[in-house]
Design a protein around this ligand. Structure first.
Ligand code: IPE
Ligand code: IPE
Ligand code: MG
Length: 255
């Protein structure tokens, strides 16, 4: 059964972002090292990509490593980097075969040169794929994102190409990561915490938030479906009143 059949006729999200949290606790609960939780989490990444694809999403954006995660013990950081390299090596061809475009968002300049090369190669290989876009946020921080966008505009001003008065929301937006993608409709955070930990600060302006206690390695199709069902049941108002939204929906259904 296609993943969409269960939500027939409902407005589904087009872009879902996920804070994949709870790997460490998942491992600790089993008396294992934290890194085995990260390894187990890769399986959930595969399942989420497959589900997102079948759901017909335009984009799925996964938070894999935050700009603050460098603060973790050195051995955990290096295990995460090795895992990232291994997963890129083993999964990219599969993504490509499935017509999926892969993009890495975040400050990649902090990564080892060979990892940067792997990232560039993966992006180049999959650049013209049209199935859907998988964005992986690595060394990503929402504040970094807004800062690099502001710097981009400041450089244009310094070169005399732009006047400060010409800076608008939409111009700044063009410099923010994911500018060319559909707005994020739904943010899911696994692992029970109810915060965004410096994820997509700008892009989540009108996203629906869904928090679940399920730990990331346990987050499979059922848990993802629950999140989609919660989204489908919500009324998004974008600053309007509920009555205005219902009127617009009724007009759409009549048409
Ligand atoms: C999320 O799981 C993965 C990364 C941040 C890389 P955690 O490692 O944060 O797991 P918990 O929150 O400690 O359980
Ligand atoms: C957020 O999780 C980052 C990722 C999932 C990659 P953290 O576990 O690092 O967030 P905090 O520290 O609980 O806020
Ligand atoms: Mg965590």
């Amino acid at each position: 059964m296609p993943a969409t059949a269960a939500f027939e006729g409902q407005p589904l999200p087009r872009h879902v972002a996920i804070i994949m949290d709870g790997n460490g606790r998942w491992a600790e609960q089993r008396g294992k090292f934290r890194v085995s939780g990260h390894k187990a989490g890769v399986k959930s990444v595969r399942a989420a990509v497959s589900f997102g694809y079948r759901l017909g999403l335009d984009a799925l954006t996964l938070f894999a490593f935050s700009s603050e995660n460098w603060r973790r013990p050195e051995d955990e950081v290096s295990a995460l980097m090795s895992l990232f390299i291994a997963v890129l090596g083993s999964e990219v061809r599969k993504l490509h075969r499935n017509n999926i475009r892969l993009r890495i968002i975040g400050d990649r300049s902090a990564f080892a040169p060979h990892l940067q090369r792997k990232i560039d190669d993966a992006e180049r290989l999959t650049a013209s794929n049209t199935g859907f876009t998988l964005n992986i946020a690595a060394n990503y921080g929402g504040r970094w994102d807004i800062t690099q966008a502001a710097r981009g505009l400041a450089e244009q001003v310094a070169r005399g190409e732009l006047a400060p008065a010409e800076i608008t929301e939409s111009l700044l937006n063009e410099h923010i990561q994911l500018a060319d993608s559909t707005p994020v409709d739904l943010l899911i955070r696994t692992g029970g915490e109810q915060r965004i930990s410096n994820f997509l600060l700008w892009q989540l302006a009108y996203a629906e938030f869904y928090f679940t206690p399920v730990l990331w390695p346990d987050f499979g199709e059922d848990a993802f479906s629950d999140a989609i069902a919660a989204f489908v049941g919500r009324e998004r108002r974008f600053g309007c009143t509920g009555a205005q939204i219902r009127e617009q929906l009724a007009q759409k259904t009549d048409a």
